[in-house]
Design a protein around this ligand. Structure first.
Ligand SMILES: C[S@@+](CC[C@H](N)C(=O)[O-])C[C@H]1O[C@@H](n2cnc3c(N)ncnc32)[C@H](O)[C@@H]1O
Length: 194
């Protein structure tokens, strides 16, 4: 399994595919264990790196993961087949904003197009179990969110603006409370208010 993980890390680096940073994934694994999470809906599979890492924690964990890019999806299918957790991961080739996923999950992991985070959150919160967690990655966006003084292209500035709007949306949400963790590329953990 370690060989497969390493192979995926090299492939992602060589092909410019953003996968979760090591520090972030380690923190996420601890969270899964702490909250005894057994079902995860992942938005943004890429090549299956995080899905395989999380599924391999416990054979009872089931993951549904959505990816809209066909080439990445195919890679993920191959990687999941090579892993020992093929029967735990269901891969869906679709745009997460256009497909419907049935069922309830202990965790929804948002790791797709950063400009659409509010839409992902609003669309999929209905699939979250009452005590579940919505985990969002990349809220620091390589440090640009905290450091607006850094040189940025117009596109990057717009993207950073969207991430700030999402942070604001989480901070001022009536239904969910959110903890922000400065690990990896910045992670938010949201729970329903009771
Ligand atoms: C940061 S990568 C996911 C990394 C993966 N979770 C990991 O850590 O191994 C984000 C992925 O989301 C996909 N994506 C972006 N917007 C999407 C959408 N609306 N629906 C489905 N997938 C999307 C991109 O194609 C990209 O592969």
């Amino acid at each position: 399994m370690n060989d497969l993980i390493q192979e995926m890390e090299i492939y992602a680096a060589e092909n410019d595919i953003p996968i979760m940073q090591k520090e972030g994934i380690e923190f996420f694994k601890q969270l899964i264990q702490k909250y005894k999470i057994k079902s995860i809906l992942e938005i943004g599979t890429a090549i299956g790196y995080s899905a395989i890492q999380l599924a391999s924690l416990d054979s009872e964990i089931q993951i549904v993961s959505i990816e809209r890019d066909e080439e990445r999806y195919q890679r993920a299918v191959e990687n999941v087949a090579k892993s020992q957790c093929g029967d735990q991961i269901k891969l869906v080739l679709a745009d997460a904003l256009e497909c419907e996923i049935e069922g309830q999950f202990d965790c929804i992991f948002i790791d797709a197009a950063k400009a659409q985070y509010i839409r992902f959150f609003e669309k999929y919160k209905k699939n979250l179990n009452n005590d579940g967690l919505i985990v969002s990655d990349n809220l620091s966006f390589h440090g640009y969110v905290e450091h607006p003084e850094l040189q940025m292209s117009r596109n990057l500035r717009q993207l950073v603006g969207k991430i700030k709007k999402y942070i604001d949306f989480l901070e001022n949400n009536d239904e969910f409370e959110t903890e922000f963790v400065k690990l990896g590329d910045g992670i938010a953990i949201s729970r329903k208010k009771h």
